[in-house]
Design a protein around this ligand. Structure first.
Ligand code: KIV
Length: 271
């Protein structure tokens, strides 16, 4: 769809109104200008500058090492490519847990230096003071519950979360807390579909799922995973829409052949 035909800038209010109308919300990650331009031209509602940049852009094993400065670099690049979508940026590990003043400073830096529209952070009751303080500065906050990759060392594994009654109750309570605090949406990652549906029915703010079933208010995937840039990672919730790793390698192999055989550049490709 041409961006000229699309409605004006997506705000957090647009996202919340979509839930009320029963309209599903589409969200994908992006970390650079070129992909941000392409995504925005499709009409996608939300672009997440996820701290998954730590994995897919920087090659770290977890999301923990990425810094606030690095997130701001990725976020500014994305913002420069976006005219319409809502741009949400992850607060990286260590910039908001346990110190609400630091949380506020981190969120302000992201908003001021990148020009993004909102921040996202992981956790419920444990980070409520930080959520409150960021919201009090007028910065929209998206929550993230279920599998929270920044806590991987606490859990030791990426298996499905909230499978016991006690964990499910804690997740529901956290979702209610985040809604009451004023978050505009919550990501639910890798939890049973029934629980995802129950949370989406229970709260009025949009629930965006990644491995949280179909009865939530929207879906998010990591762009590089859904495009097939990375074939090693294949959780059940991932649908691959393309096989970009093969296409890219095929093009590069062809280029190498053309260079070595003197096929490239030909007469029309030189001055
Ligand atoms: O960092 C990220 O990409 C995320 C999504 C998986 C929701 O938080």
């Amino acid at each position: 769809m041409s961006s000229k035909l699309l409605p004006a800038k997506v705000t957090t209010h647009v996202i919340m109104a979509m839930k009320q109308r029963g309209e599903k919300i589409a969200m994908l990650t992006a970390y650079d200008y070129s992909f941000a331009v392409l995504l925005d031209e499709t009409g996608i509602e939300v672009i997440l500058v996820g701290d998954s940049a730590s994995n897919v852009m920087a090659g770290h094993r977890t999301t923990l090492p990425i810094t606030l400065n690095e997130m701001i670099y990725h976020a500014s690049s994305v913002v420069r490519g976006v005219k319409r979508a809502l741009v949400v940026v992850d607060l990286p590990f260590g910039t908001y847990q346990g110190n609400s003043k630091e949380a506020l400073n981190s969120a302000i830096r992201i908003m001021k230096e990148s020009g993004a529209d909102a921040v996202k952070l992981e956790g419920g009751s444990e980070v409520l003071e930080s959520v409150d303080r960021i919201l009090s500065a007028g910065i929209p906050v998206m929550g993230h519950l279920g599998l929270t990759p920044q806590s991987i060392h606490k859990f030791g594994t990426y298996v499905v979360r909230a499978t016991t009654e006690q964990e499910a109750q804690k997740l529901m309570a956290d979702a209610r807390l985040l809604e009451k605090a004023g978050c505009f949406a919550i990501v639910l990652e890798k939890i049973p579909a029934q629980l995802g549906a129950a949370v989406a029915r229970d709260v009025r703010i949009p629930i965006i799922g990644i491995g949280a079933g179909s009865e939530v208010d929207g879906q998010v995937l990591v762009l590089h995973d859904m495009l097939g840039m990375n074939t090693a990672f294949s959780p059940r919730f991932l649908r691959r829409y393309h096989n970009l790793s093969e296409e890219i390698k095929g093009s590069v192999v062809q280029y190498i052949k053309d260079v070595k055989s003197l096929d490239f550049p030909n007469e029309r490709e030189q001055y």
